[in-house]
Design a protein around this ligand. Structure first.
Ligand SMILES: NC(=O)c1ccc[n+]([C@@H]2O[C@H](COP(=O)([O-])OP(=O)(O)OC[C@H]3O[C@@H](n4cnc5c(N)ncnc54)[C@H](O)[C@@H]3O)[C@@H](O)[C@H]2O)c1
Length: 269
């Protein structure tokens, strides 16, 4: 998507978290947009293979790469493989990660390290590796994944808010560094998005006692508390990611795009 004439020039995309949900939809979006190759990176091998098969059916070359976002060496190796196989990288969507909920008073240092490690540290090192490929090209678009839980507080999401919220200033700082090297870095923040999970399902924390609020361990009826009164669909998130990663958004850099159908209600009347 990065070259100005994508129909004539080969271009290559990468998606982390490609095995499932928003990442899977993004990989298919890149393929449908005419990517020459789409690298599907995920820790879940079977889900990743399934997405890769669909990418190939859509007419792009799929490159399946196993990646653990919590492991620095795994990140370096994955991007090396992509660079070796594709020779360049035009669009990188850093979608992989997960939400985690736990009572703040009970959070352990290990839980903090795990959640922040995958969602924030993993995003930083993916950006580092993508930029190392894109800087010599003088072009490229990166999109990072934040989450609305960082901006509209939900009980039990303090660690998640720190991890996904940190992605935003990280994105802006990298965009500043990258701007004069022809590379852009943006972020998206989805609202609650309907996902049929087929990737790795990690420990997502424990139910939280919420004083007079939502049932903490259930997503039943959650959409009623959003501005739009409905769930987002994965395709709605993938469309924005593909737009931000490609040349159609060439003037947008260091921005966060929230995709939730509208602001959340703050007053109950
Ligand atoms: N669904 C929502 O409502 C929502 C809202 C805001 C943000 N998000 C974010 O969107 C991203 C995609 O989530 P989703 O909703 O599509 O869920 P999902 O569970 O369907 O997809 C997440 C993917 O990340 C992969 N993953 C998890 N841990 C990993 C690790 N350590 N290394 C590599 N891959 C790993 C999983 O295997 C899976 O394929 C996540 O970062 C999530 O936090 C989701």
């Amino acid at each position: 998507m990065q070259p100005s004439t994508p129909q004539q020039q080969p271009w290559f995309a990468l998606v982390t978290g490609a095995a499932s949900g928003i990442g899977r939809a993004t990989a298919l979006k890149f393929a449908a947009a005419g990517a020459t190759g789409v690298a599907c990176l995920d820790v879940h091998v079977e889900g990743n293979a399934s997405t890769s098969g669909e990418v190939e059916l859509a007419g792009a070359r799929a490159l399946e790469v196993t990646l653990d976002l919590g492991d620095y060496d795994s990140i370096v190796a994955a991007y090396e493989t992509v660079h070796q196989e594709f020779g360049r990288l035009d669009a990188a969507a850093h979608v992989g990660g997960y939400s985690w909920r736990g009572d703040t008073l009970g959070v352990t240092p290990q839980e903090w390290d795990r959640v922040v490690g995958v969602n924030l540290r993993g995003t930083f090192f993916c950006c580092q590796q993508a930029l190392a490929i894109m800087y010599p090209q003088g072009s490229g678009g990166i999109v990072n994944m934040s989450a609305d839980a960082a901006f509209d507080p939900i009980h039990g999401y303090s660690v998640q808010a720190a991890a996904k919220g940190g992605v935003v200033p990280l994105t802006k700082a990298l965009a500043f560094e990258a701007a004069r090297r022809g590379v852009r870095v943006n972020a998206v923040s989805p609202g609650i998005t309907r996902v049929k999970r087929s990737g790795f399902v990690p420990d997502r924390g424990a139910p939280v006692v919420v004083p007079g609020g939502l049932a903490a361990d259930s997503s039943e009826g959650l959409e009623q508390h959003t501005g739009a009164g409905r769930w987002m669909e994965t395709d709605e998130i993938a469309s924005v990611i593909a737009f931000l990663a490609g040349p159609a958004s060439s003037g947008v850099n260091g921005e966060l795009v929230r995709i939730n159908g509208g602001p959340y209600p703050t007053l109950e009347f």
